[in-house]
Design a protein around this ligand. Structure first.
Ligand code: NAD
Length: 361
């Protein structure tokens, strides 16, 4: 089966980091992996060409693809556009269009980079956790919402926290599936569901459904944690977790917290999946306009996003691990882009980091 991959370089450092990820994928393609890449604009680049951040041309390519590999969007030159035309709206548009309800944010800290974290190296070295966040429901989308004047004549703002059973079931299945895939060396897979079931009925319901879905995954050890405790435990002892699953608002906060445990934004990949495992794969960072066009960006987050694509959309664990191991080899050999540079290491550019990872492949 041909893997049809839409490639959206985007703005700022997007084209530079995507170029390196494509070079790494080309190694696999040249060995016979059946991949096609179709490029399309998104964000500011798309606004410049088509007057819209997610134009029909790009929509058609993304809808027809099995997976989408994205660089980053945004830049100061677009900040004064009307809101619906801003690059970030392109991102919201593609997420909605493709029905991407499951956001996967790994927080991995290679032992070699333990000093990049603000936490003590012994707390974070070797950290490898995955946060699964529901992306299309919860208080961010619940109706009714708005601002009004109540019967006492006082103004108030209000939102609705709501999850339907099918929404909780589908994200729970994704999370249990990921926990199974990540099971290492015969160890039991672990999943921690994060809620606030002591206070919020929506999340009490969430917990009930997750427990029910767990019956289909006897190999996975399920635990539950209140969100306030989870926020604390992520800083106190993050290595106690393997996979965490939670709703949209808690996931928004916890995934950012977890990403900062690693201290190196240029290293963090992400994926957003729909019901048929079609996914959008992108680095967690933005378009870094301050270093764009200077060949300084760290391409590793994008390269690791490409590895996630092979694992989660194309079920090719061996190829995903080969990319991840190549990154590890290059870090162990001391190669560092500016954002993760330390004294005594070898400083390299974006394209030189690509050269090293391609060579390690
Ligand atoms: P940013 O992530 O682009 O940059 C923050 C800092 O991290 C900058 O100093 C940057 O140089 C550095 N940095 C980021 N990625 C790096 C990499 N790969 N290698 C080395 N250094 C890296 O965040 P920002 O400055 O707040 O936003 C810049 C633009 O990106 C804005 O227009 C914003 O809207 C957009 N943005 C896009 C996305 C996305 O495309 N998913 C996400 C966040 C921000």
């Amino acid at each position: 089966m041909t893997m049809n991959i839409a490639v959206l370089p985007g703005d700022g450092i997007g084209p530079e980091i995507i170029k390196q990820a494509l070079r790494v994928l080309d190694v696999l393609k040249n060995e016979g992996m059946d991949m096609t890449f179709t490029e399309a604009p998104l964000g500011g680049q798309a606004y410049d060409q088509y007057g819209h951040p997610y134009p029909e041309f790009t929509q058609n390519i993304c809808r027809a693809a099995d997976a989408v590999l994205l660089g980053a969007v945004g830049g100061p030159q677009y900040d004064n556009l009307d809101r619906p035309l801003r690059p970030e709206r392109g991102l919201l548009g593609i997420r909605k269009d493709l029905g991407l309800f499951a956001n996967l944010r790994p927080a991995v800290l290679y032992p070699e980079l333990a000093n990049a974290s603000t936490l003590k190296p012994e707390v974070v070295a070797g950290l490898d956790i995955m946060i699964v966040r529901e992306l299309t429901g919860d208080v961010y989308f619940g109706q009714p919402r708005g601002m009004r004047t109540n019967e006492n004549g006082e103004r108030e703002g209000f939102n609705t926290m709501v999850y339907s059973e099918s929404e909780v079931r589908r994200i729970a299945h994704v999370a249990f599936g990921i926990a199974m895939k990540r099971r290492k060396n015969g160890q039991k897979a672990k999943l921690c569901s994060v809620d606030k079931a002591n206070v919020l009925e929506t999340t009490e319901f969430w917990k009930e459904i997750v427990i029910d879905v767990a019956k289909e995954y006897p190999e996975v050890e399920l635990s539950h944690m209140y969100v306030d405790n989870a926020a604390m435990q992520l800083i106190r002892n993050p290595k106690q977790f393997d996979v965490m699953v939670t709703g949209n608002i808690f996931g928004d906060i916890l995934s950012d917290e977890a990403s900062m445990l690693t201290g190196s934004i240029g290293m963090l990949a992400s994926a957003s999946l729909n019901a048929t495992k079609k996914g959008l794969y992108e680095p967690s960072h933005g378009s870094a306009p301050d270093i764009a066009g200077k060949n300084l960006a760290n391409p590793i987050a994008t390269i690791l996003s490409a590895a996630m694509m092979l694992r989660y959309t194309f079920d090719n664990e061996a190829a995903a691990q080969r990319i991840e191991n190549s990154v590890k080899t290059v870090l162990a050999a001391g190669y560092r882009t500016g954002d993760i540079f330390e004294e005594g290491m070898k400083r390299v550019s974006c394209s030189e980091m690509g050269d090293q990872i391609v060579a390690a492949m």
